[in-house]
Design a protein around this ligand. Structure first.
Ligand code: ADP
Ligand code: MG
Ligand code: ZN
Length: 497
């Protein structure tokens, strides 16, 4: 039997506002000592009253607009009740039946292994809620008298959280990955979230079911939680699809339940079945006024939306004559695209031509991103500024540095923050194009390698390359390569009897 996979994603995005969702505490909960960023509101003390964060509402509406959603004129907040130690009030303020944004879509390219191709994936809703406190669990050990315990950090309680719920339109783990990547890029381009997955600023619950190919009713779904990277979402879905297929083929039925992904074992395990599902007893939040989002306000936000990755890619490709690959790489994040455009805009009018932009792109995509990846650093925090990179490229253009010397200089710029001209001057790294200096090195190489000389004279031309390598070694890589090869050949010819 052939099966079709059906996936719907619920994505939680922490909004990058200054203050929390309903109080004035700083929303940046991670840079502070635990339990130092709290107040009666986010601690859930009786009598404390919440106030809606306007910026968080704007960020959610912006996201809704970028996802082509309708923004209803009237929305409200609701209480979602459940008892848990990380939920300070015993309820979470969320949105139930009237979310801020409805019925949108996000384009994906589609899974090449399926027949559906590129298409819009439905977005059911985008709503706003508050995050809960952060729990840390410690297992029993001799040091804590063989008792396990947990600690609660309330700093995260009340941080604005936006939830984006897709329709069950995705048809494979690969499509889920595409949807997530492009949503992730979108929130970063919009500037509504850092999207940092390691810190949990962008998290996803995946709902998945299977059905016989060609069927138009849905199968029973499971919901998988605890994935903290795109890769683990992909692997968890792959695992879950296969697990469900085996259950069905063994004559069983899939149980609707919540399952947790265990990263180091590469499996999902049952956490909670439907019988134990919470009854949230939603009701309208009596401490907050309903919200009327005026159409003028929405229009203003719509016209202020920044350029998103797909448009920016198309524009960069056209303006600078870049390949599809380069344009993709340069628009992976807004900070990369900003860096590129900052560098290009600094070029003098004479050098502002496709070739020069292409060089900047090459260095960014190649050596610079290699250095950044090595210490997981965003290009926004790169020790080499766009103007610093241009200075380096200038030294290549005027012949001071060969490409390979420039790579060494870039590494040092990155490590020390010192500019290219200073590094070149202080370490005497400039390329040697002075014939006399190279000839001295050639003579030394020829004298030290009689066998290579004999080989060359008996017709083995590759011996000249070997000697050129020796010249580069003697000059610490600074000899201008073409000139070095020419002089080696001249030196060898002079040896003929
Ligand atoms: P809940 O609030 O219980 O999580 P929702 O109706 O909000 O339920 O659905 C949550 C997610 O589950 C949505 O992203 C939706 O697309 C997805 N979903 C619903 N039914 C299925 C199904 N049969 N298979 C896969 N995903 C599904
Ligand atoms: Mg759910
Ligand atoms: Zn607070």
């Amino acid at each position: 039997m052939e099966y079709e996979t059906v996936i719907g994603l619920e994505v939680h995005v922490q909004l990058d506002t200054r203050s929390k969702m309903f109080c004035g505490c700083p929303a940046d909960y991670q840079s502070a000592e635990p339990n130092t960023r709290t107040c009666p509101v986010c601690l859930g003390l009786p009598g404390a009253l919440p106030v809606i964060n306007r910026r968080a509402v704007e960020f959610t509406v912006m996201t809704g607009l970028a996802l082509h959603c309708q923004i209803p004129e009237f929305t409200k907040f609701d209480r979602k009740n459940y008892p848990y130690p990380d939920l300070m009030k015993g309820y979470q303020i969320s949105q139930y039946d009237l979310p801020l944004a409805l019925n949108g879509y996000l384009e994906i390219n589609g899974d090449p292994d399926l027949q559906y191709g590129g298409r819009p994936i439905g977005v059911e809703r985008v709503h706003l809620e508050e995050d809960v406190a952060k729990m840390q669990h410690f297992p029993a050990s001799p040091e804590n008298h063989a008792e396990s315990y947990s600690l609660v950090d309330v700093n995260r309680s009340g941080v604005p959280l936006m939830e984006i719920v897709s329709k069950p339109d995705l048809r494979s783990p690969e499509e889920a990955r595409q949807y997530l990547t492009s949503l992730h890029s979108m929130v970063q381009y919009l500037g509504v979230s850092t999207g940092n997955m390691q810190d949990g600023n962008f998290r996803c619950d995946a709902n998945v079911s299977i059905r016989p190919a060609g069927s138009d009713t849905f199968g029973t779904r499971t919901e998988v939680k605890n994935m903290n990277s795109f890769r683990s979402v992909y692997l968890a879905l792959e695992y879950e699809v296969e697990r469900q297929r085996r259950v069905v083929e063994d004559g069983g039925t899939v149980v609707q339940e919540t399952r947790g992904w265990v990263d180091d074992r590469g499996v999902t395990v049952s956490q909670r079945s439907k019988e134990y599902a919470h009854d949230y007893r939603y009701f309208p939040e009596p401490d907050l006024p309903p919200l009327n989002i005026g159409s003028e306000w929405v229009d203003r936000m719509r016209s202020a939306l920044p350029e998103l990755a797909p448009q920016r890619k198309a524009r960069l490709q056209g303006e600078y004559d870049l390949s599809e690959y380069d344009a993709d790489q340069l628009t992976v994040s807004r900070s990369i695209a900003d860096y590129f455009e900052a560098a290009v805009s600094l070029m003098s009018e004479t050098t502002k031509r496709p070739a020069a932009a292409k060089e900047v792109a090459n260095w960014m995509i190649g050596d610079l991103s290699y250095l950044l990846n090595q210490d997981h650093r965003d290009i926004a925090d790169c020790p080499v500024s766009p103007s610093g990179l241009l200075e380096l490229l200038g030294l290549i253009a005027d012949g001071t540095l060969s490409t390979s010397l420039a790579k060494t200089v870039l590494e040092q710029m990155y490590a020390t923050g010192v500019s290219a001209p200073v590094i070149v001057r202080e370490q005497g790294l400039a390329q040697i194009s002075d014939t006399g200096a190279i000839e001295t090195a050639v003579a030394e190489a020829i004298a030290a390698n009689p066998k290579a000389v004999a080989d060359y004279l008996s017709g083995k031309e590759t011996a000249a390359r070997f000697l050129m390598g020796q010249v580069m070694r003697i000059t610490k890589g600074q000899a201008q390569p073409e000139l070095a090869l020419q002089l080696v050949q001249a030196g060898l010819e002079a040896q003929r009897p």
